[in-house]
Design a protein around this ligand. Structure first.
Ligand code: ADP
Ligand code: MG
Length: 319
């Protein structure tokens, strides 16, 4: 059953269309990542869902209720829908505990104490409760921000690239913890990011946005194996154009290297990466440069190699 319903939402800034006819239905507790390059309209979308920006057209419903925009509602925004962004500001002179307590001031003391304690435990922040934000790591600060947003038990959490300031290790850890926690709470989550890798770690369900338009929606495996355009395909990995074939591409992981065959090239560069060597190979035909994974780290710069692939791995991408 639909819980959050976004119907034909659009936004233009002067004559620039930032979001075009965006519709989406989410069930309660569902997780979705929206991936798109910078400027594709992600923040605009989330601000309108949260009732923090006046749309040019369309509407948002939470259950039966219309989300009113700042022109319709005296105090913009809703307790039920919380938006967290990269530069989310904690109160610098308040402790962790006080920060999390802030949104709860209208509730009675006993409830507040219980709620704050529970969040401190859930986020593993008990030992930090008396610290000020500047005495925490970036990851911990972001946790406090999210705990603060969850204090009033919002039904929908909108995450606008909240991990951008964190290093890769902090980020992975926080995404993992957050995923468990939010599932447990039954929160409905929309996560927007330009980083497909982060999206894959948080959700199975993806929506790809390009220049304010939805270009594809589905689960991660489906999108990786059956991208509808080069833009979607390239979010997952580089793609190599097959010589003399129109619109036909291969991913670096789908090319096999042999010592004989038809399609010949030379290794011109080699990068040692965690799970494989990444090779740049100059094809004899047409001088194309291909990026190819060498998982057994067999080849060196200068080697002559022959490239093989299965026909079923070929991506035909017309746009
Ligand atoms: P994203 O979050 O995906 O980077 P945004 O929603 O911030 O994208 O922006 C979408 C488009 O709208 C961009 O081209 C951006 O330049 C434009 N835009 C965003 N905010 C404004 C604004 N206040 N005034 C004019 N143009 C804006
Ligand atoms: Mg943005």
């Amino acid at each position: 059953m639909t819980f959050l319903s976004i119907r034909h939402l659009s936004k233009s800034y002067d004559f620039h269309v930032a979001l075009h006819d965006f519709s989406l239905e989410l069930a309660r507790g569902e997780f979705l990542s929206i991936v798109g390059e910078s400027g594709s309209g992600k923040s605009t979308l989330l601000r309108m869902i949260a009732g923090l920006m006046v749309q040019s057209g369309g509407e948002v419903f939470l259950g039966e209720n219309l989300i009113e925009n700042p022109a319709q509602k005296l105090v913009p925004g809703y307790d039920e829908i919380k938006l967290i962004h990269q530069d989310y500001q904690l109160f610098p002179n308040s402790t962790v505990e006080e920060n999390i307590n802030r949104p709860l001031l209208q509730f009675d003391t006993k409830y507040r104490e219980q709620r704050v304690n529970r969040l401190l435990i859930q986020f593993g922040l008990e030992n930090y409760k008396d610290r000020l934000p500047r005495q925490l790591s970036g990851g911990q600060q972001q946790k406090v921000a999210i705990a603060q947003a969850l204090a009033v038990e919002p039904e929908v959490l909108l995450l606008d690239e909240p991990f951008s300031h964190l290093d890769a290790i902090q980020k992975r850890k926080l995404i993992f913890e957050l995923k468990e926690l939010l599932k447990e709470m039954g929160t409905t989550v929309i996560f927007v990011t330009h980083d497909l890798d982060d999206a894959l770690r948080l959700t199975d369900s993806l929506l790809i946005l390009q220049k304010g338009k939805v270009v594809q929606k589905g689960n991660s495996k489906d999108l990786c194996e059956h991208p509808k355009s080069r833009y979607v395909a390239r979010l997952f990995s580089p793609i190599n154009l097959i010589p003399d074939r129109f619109n036909s591409y291969l991913r670096p992981a789908d090319v096999r290297l042999r010592t004989r065959g038809e399609l010949m090239g030379h290794v011109v560069d080699l990068r040692y990466l965690v799970h494989y060597n990444s090779l740049l190979i100059r094809l004899r035909e047409g001088g194309h440069i291909w990026e190819v994974d060498d998982p057994i780290r067999k080849y060196q710069v200068g080697d002559r190699v022959y490239l093989h692939f299965d026909e079923e791995k070929v991506l035909v991408l017309k746009s």
